[in-house]
Design a protein around this ligand. Structure first.
Ligand SMILES: [Ca+2]
Ligand SMILES: [Ca+2]
Length: 207
């Protein structure tokens, strides 16, 4: 391999080997405390592979030395055009939810978080948690009727008629809105997931 390039310090690599349940917020206690899930970790090899996936998107912007935590952010246009995302109807929402700036522009940390949640190793409850955030288009911590309609249109790639969308939404609301307030809380949403696993189908990426 020739020259040995130091990309990360040992401490950085340890920090990146985060629990995919909690992403980088892990402080030994799962921040999704209510979810009893086993933790899974990226290996160093996977972290390096993802780093190079990130770097390959813009080699001129991403340095090979990350030991002094460079302030680098890749624009959404590059992230959204990755083969893993470009055909995903939720690609923009996914990038928005995982980016610290909320606009879909991603630091390496954001990028690793996204891949950890989207990876096949991530537990279903964690995916459900982020799916809820992704479907909550206006970020008000509830999925309202409008959010649900948008979600269904994207999930079905606009193949349903307006009437069909309305019917499905009503049915979902009917079955899942446990407290009858006309919108789905995260708790309500867990009931949808149990009945309709399709809601999670777009949240898998092979790394
Ligand atoms: Ca909402
Ligand atoms: Ca509700």
């Amino acid at each position: 391999m020739g020259n040995k390039q130091t990309i990360f310090t040992a401490q950085q690599l340890d920090a990146y080997q985060v629990c995919v349940c909690c992403a980088r917020m892990c402080v030994g206690v799962c921040f999704l405390k209510t979810l009893l899930i086993d933790c899974t970790y990226f290996t160093r090899k996977e972290i390096l592979r993802l780093f190079f996936r990130y770097r390959d998107l813009a080699p001129q912007l991403v340095p090979l030395d990350y030991t002094d935590q460079p302030d680098v952010k890749l624009p959404y246009e590059l992230i959204g055009s990755m083969p893993e995302l470009k055909d995903n109807p939720f690609r923009q929402r996914i990038a928005q939810v995982f980016s610290e700036d909320g606009e879909g522009n991603m630091t390496l940390d954001d990028f690793l978080d996204m891949f950890s949640v989207m990876s096949e190793m991530a537990p279903r409850d964690l995916k459900a948690y982020y799916a809820f955030k992704i479907y909550d288009f206006n970020n008000d911590d509830f999925i309202c009727k409008l959010d649900l309609e948008k979600t269904l249109n994207k999930l079905t790639r606009n193949e349903l008629t307006e009437d069909e969308v309305r019917m499905v939404c009503e049915k979902v609301m009917d079955e899942a809105d446990m407290d009858n307030d006309g919108r789905l809380s995260l708790e309500d949403f867990q009931h949808v997931i149990v009945r309709a696993p399709d809601f999670l189908s777009t949240f898998h990426i092979r790394i």
